[in-house]
Write a protein that binds this ligand. Structure first.
Ligand code: NAP
Ligand code: GDD
Length: 329
């Protein structure tokens, strides 16, 4: 039997690396869309870290260039497409609202149109986000909770979300949205708060810096591990019928609590090192997110497996190891 073929956009990001690893393990032929960078030597650093850089095929292309997507689909001939590419940093979406709309929003339409033209039988996963719940309309958010986006990023994701549903209903595509709550890992970008904390804690422990400057310490998130969350993406595309699912842990914690766990892991106290810097506040904030993933549990048999304590420990240990060996990621 021929191997299954998957195309991942955003393959060089956190989730792209974990998903590549999962699919390679399952015997897939994995293809990825790679946007050209002047720093070509570091673009696949996450794929190298996770050990799949030489097991995936990368294709030059960009979500804002529809012709490049069509060409990549014609070459890769995927039966599953995971659209993970995005300008994904919420804070930057106020600085670059048009770019965020173009890549994170319109980019999904480019993918859907290309799929419809080149390979309409392929199954499609759209990386939707809990950020779309924004100012939460229910204390615990599920697939039926109304959305209230609070950032240009969330508004762009909401457009992409509804376009995916619209294409499913209009053209009968096997297109599904995963409304994923925050998920982190040692491969998280350094600008996101959890990795900023794990890196900062490691630096302070090693005597490389004294303080860690953060923004809103009271914001609460439902934090899971990316390794667990890529499994739900794959499970969604193995179902006979496309559908939308929330993935979450069902536990929420504040940025302050995340700090306390991270500092405690190396025998330090967060209160001795964390300072608040107004520069890291946002024009509008999502105060609290807490997800209900019972639909994914009941229909897909999926559950988050990693506790917050395990996640924090793994991230801090990885940053300590990196700093000791002068590895950059
Ligand atoms: P990430 O680490 O920021 O990765 C984003 C990926 O998109 C990178 O590979 C990036 O390429 C690529 N990309 C950006 N602009 C592009 C463009 N114009 N054309 C092609 N590729 C482009 O994000 P992540 O944490 O893995 O998240 C994956 C997806 O899930 C994103 O869509 C994100 O918005 C969404 N999501 C994430 C979470 C979370 O907590 N992690 C939760 C819900 C939803 P470069 O490497 O070249 O920058
Ligand atoms: N980045 C950052 N840096 N955030 C900080 C800081 C800081 O110094 N201090 C406090 N925070 C707060 C933010 O204000 C926010 O409330 C929270 O920490 C989490 O911020 P991020 O880690 O940047 O993630 P996010 O929740 O805004 O967005 C992530 O999760 C979404 C899913 O809900 C991203 O991965 C999005 O792409 C994703 O869709």
């Amino acid at each position: 039997m021929s191997r299954k073929r998957a195309l991942i956009t955003g393959i060089t990001g956190q989730d792209g690396a974990y998903l590549s690893h999962l699919l390679v393990e399952k015997g897939y032929e994995v293809h990825g869309l790679l946007r050209r960078s002047a720093s070509a030597d570091v673009v696949n650093s996450r794929l190298r870290w996770i050990g799949v850089a030489d097991k995936v095929t990368l294709h030059d292309g960009n979500l804002v260039d529809q012709a490049s997507i069509i060409r990549v689909l014609q070459i890769a001939k995927p039966s599953e497409i995971y659209n993970l590419a995005a300008q994904s940093f919420v804070k930057s979406s106020w600085q670059q609202p048009s770019l965020t709309g173009t890549v994170t929003g319109l980019g999904a339409t480019h993918m859907l149109e290309a799929l419809r033209t080149v390979c309409p039988e392929a199954r499609f996963y759209q990386a939707s986000s809990s950020e779309m719940f924004g100012t939460v309309q229910e204390p615990v958010q599920s697939e039926t909770t109304p959305f209230y986006p609070r950032s240009p990023y969330a508004a762009a994701k909401l457009y992409a979300h509804w376009m995916t549903i619209n294409y499913r209903e209009s053209y009968g595509l096997h297109a599904s949205c995963g409304i994923l709550f925050n998920h982190e890992s040692p491969l998280r970008g350094i600008e996101f708060v959890t990795r900023k904390i794990s890196d900062g804690v490691a630096r302070i422990k090693l005597g490389l810096q004294e303080t860690l400057a953060l923004g809103n310490l009271d914001a609460k998130r439902d934090w899971g591990h990316a390794r667990d969350y890529v499994k739900v993406m794959w499970l969604m595309l193995q179902q006979d019928k496309p559908d939308d699912y929330v993935a979450a842990t069902g536990r929420t914690a504040s940025v302050r609590e995340f700090c306390e766990l991270a500092f405690a892991h190396v025998g330090l106290r967060a209160g001795d090192h964390v300072v608040v810097d107004q520069r890291f506040l946002r024009p509008a904030e999502v105060d609290v997110l807490l997800g209900d993933a019972s639909k994914a549990r009941d229909k897909l048999g999926w559950e988050a497996e990693t506790s917050l304590e395990q996640l924090v420990a793994e991230m801090v240990d990885a940053d300590l190891a990196r700093l000791r060996t002068h590895e950059h990621l």
